[in-house]
Design a protein around this ligand. Structure first.
Ligand code: NJP
Length: 241
């Protein structure tokens, strides 16, 4: 359908795949991320395929950038139907590495970035009396493993925030949280610890599923009738323990 869908972290991986799939199904896209060159190329690709996409440089750690992204949707399309809060950072490492800068980054992007999106879109959804939050958590939210303490903590927080949002949202606002397992994106390269990076990259090459698998799950949730709220979707590679 022709829903207006804003996506954060649309410049690569899961966000990019979701934008391409939803555009091919008729959604009008509002693309946000920091790498504007990639957003521009993606918007061109969507347009060339007959779709509609606009974009804005968006750093989700900046509350004003989320407000601007939502405002862009309203200016260009008169409304916002779905906010896909997908931007995420995963520079994972053992706590002993004391990469406190990366701990900050994960909290700022994964938790505060999601909150900034909720703050920007919730008033719009209230005034429209309709809207849908789709947020990317992680299977790391279901169980922490070494080197992933902070990352998993942020994704547990995302799950709690989205469940709280669901309970408070009322019948007009839908809330979906997506929990991907290992997905083949650039995410694995983010670790500053060479051993962790090599281990994750190896696992990724062995078992990861393509980002399109997550995009299809997002499309499934969005395309349900208004009274159907798909709350949590877990998508893992079959080979993931
Ligand atoms: O990774 P990647 P994914 N402001 O690196 C953006 C979760 N996940 O697609 O700003 C705005 O290709 C960045 O854009 P840019 C994961 O936690 C993944 O795998 O231009 N955007 C890029 O578009 C995350 O929530 C796996 O650098 C910011 C995007 O985020 C989501 O999936 C497993 C930003 C990251 O794209 C998408 O990640 C899992 C900022 N400050 C959960 N910082 C997996 N891949 O295995 C980053 O369980 N971005």
């Amino acid at each position: 359908d022709d829903k207006v869908v804003a996506i954060t972290g649309a410049s690569s991986g899961i966000g990019e795949a979701t934008a391409v799939l939803l555009a091919s199904r008729g959604a009008r896209l509002v693309l946000g991320a920091r790498r504007s060159d990639r957003l521009a190329a993606l918007a061109d690709r969507i347009s060339a395929a007959g779709g509609t996409a606009v974009h804005a440089r968006t750093d989700v750690t900046r509350r004003e950038d989320l407000h601007a992204l939502v405002a862009l949707a309203q200016e260009r399309f008169g409304r916002l139907d779905v906010l896909v809060g997908n931007a995420g950072a995963g520079p994972i490492s053992p706590l002993d590495d004391l990469r406190v800068d990366e701990w900050d980054e994960m909290v700022d992007v994964n938790v505060k970035g999601v909150l900034h999106g909720i703050a920007a879109a919730l008033p719009v959804f209230r005034s429209q009396q309709s809207g849908h939050f789709v947020t990317t958590s992680s299977t790391a939210a279901f169980g922490v493993v070494p080197s992933m303490a902070v990352y998993a903590g942020t994704k547990v927080a995302v799950r709690a925030i989205c469940e709280g949002l669901r309970q408070e949202a009322g019948p007009a606002v839908r809330v979906t949280t997506v929990f991907p397992g290992f997905v083949h994106t650039g995410f694995a390269e983010a670790s500053s610890n060479p051993e962790v990076r090599a281990r994750i990259a190896g696992m990724r090459d062995e078992i990861a599923i393509p980002p399109d698998a997550i995009a299809r799950a997002v499309a499934f949730a969005i395309e349900q009738p208004a009274e159907v709220d798909v709350n949590e979707i877990v998508v893992r590679p079959t080979a993931q323990a």
